[in-house]
Design a protein around this ligand. Structure first.
Ligand code: A2P
Length: 268
């Protein structure tokens, strides 16, 4: 029995390829993707580590890499004394990370009805699933325009999303038209804004319509706009209210709709 458990445990571990620390609290890491591992862009998976006492600590993590990549990328906050994230932030290449093989989640294109514009609204580590979605050619086949927002406290917290944006251009899988059909709208709430980085919560910028004026785009309309939300619980709740007020219907995989949401996984 013990021997069997041991075999299963090592089967679930995959090697770390790289880790990058973006700020004191934010880091991303990539794992070698097992050949049989399949997922849809926007989904999450359970991953974690085994403690010295042999106990598995697992948390949900959105996959931040596209479905065509050989590496699986994840984006995490390091919670001081958090049982998993504080340990994960110290992993090194070739260490083993437990990766459960079943991905799931509602932030997938198939949970949305067809539409013209796709809005991806995120706060903090809630950007992770969108890092995958914006590097998928299918996203650009399904939508004419993609508007991606990322709200963080301070400018350095935007470093990961900015890296993903430039990686998207270097992937070589998207046409020039695809590249320019995405608008990126970063905002900070506790830092000095710049020419390219706006001050304020995205919810407020939507309500004052500044967001639409800045991008020179029409206000949200449920007829042809589709929306994905990923952020803190209060952000999701407030954004959901804004959408429902405008007639948007929540979708799911079995019943596609106008918007879908998932809370950013913070975990300990
Ligand atoms: P704020 O600084 O005003 O709280 P956190 O780091 O706490 O996860 O937050 C990430 C970002 O999300 C912060 O910029 C934060 O703004 C913003 N935020 C938190 N709650 C909401 C909300 N209900 N609506 C919009 N933005 C929010």
């Amino acid at each position: 029995m013990n021997e069997k458990l041991q075999i299963n445990k090592s089967d679930e571990e995959v090697p770390v390829l790289a880790i990058t620390h973006w700020t004191k609290e934010l880091f991303s890491f990539s794992l070698r993707r097992p050949k049989s591992f399949r997922f849809s862009a926007g989904e999450f998976v359970m991953l974690g580590l085994t403690t010295d006492e042999g106990q598995q600590i697992l948390r949900a993590y959105s996959i931040a890499s596209p479905t065509w990549s050989d590496a699986l990328m994840f984006y995490s906050i390091n919670i001081k004394d958090g049982p998993l994230t504080s340990r994960l932030s110290k992993i090194k290449p070739d260490d083993g990370v437990i990766l459960k093989r079943k991905s799931t989640g509602t932030l997938i294109l198939d949970a949305l009805k067809p539409g013209k514009r796709l809005f991806l609204f995120s706060t903090g580590t809630g950007f992770a699933p969108f890092a995958s979605i914006i590097r998928e050619p299918e996203t650009y086949q399904k939508f004419d325009k993609i508007i991606l927002t990322h709200t963080c406290r301070e400018i350095p917290d935007l470093a990961f999303s900015q890296m993903v944006l430039s990686q998207r251009e270097n992937d070589g899988l998207l046409s020039k038209k695809d590249i320019t059909s995405l608008e990126y709208y970063p905002t900070v709430t506790r830092d000095k804004p710049t020419r390219d980085i706006k001050l304020g919560r995205i919810t407020d910028l939507i309500l004052t319509e500044e967001f639409f004026k800045d991008l020179n785009i029409e206000n949200l309309c449920s007829d042809s706009d589709r929306v994905m939300l990923c952020g803190s619980q209060s952000f999701n709740r407030q954004m959901k209210g804004i959408l429902i007020e405008r007639g948007f219907l929540e979708g799911s995989i079995n019943d596609p709709g106008d918007f879908v949401l998932e809370k950013a996984f913070v975990g300990g």
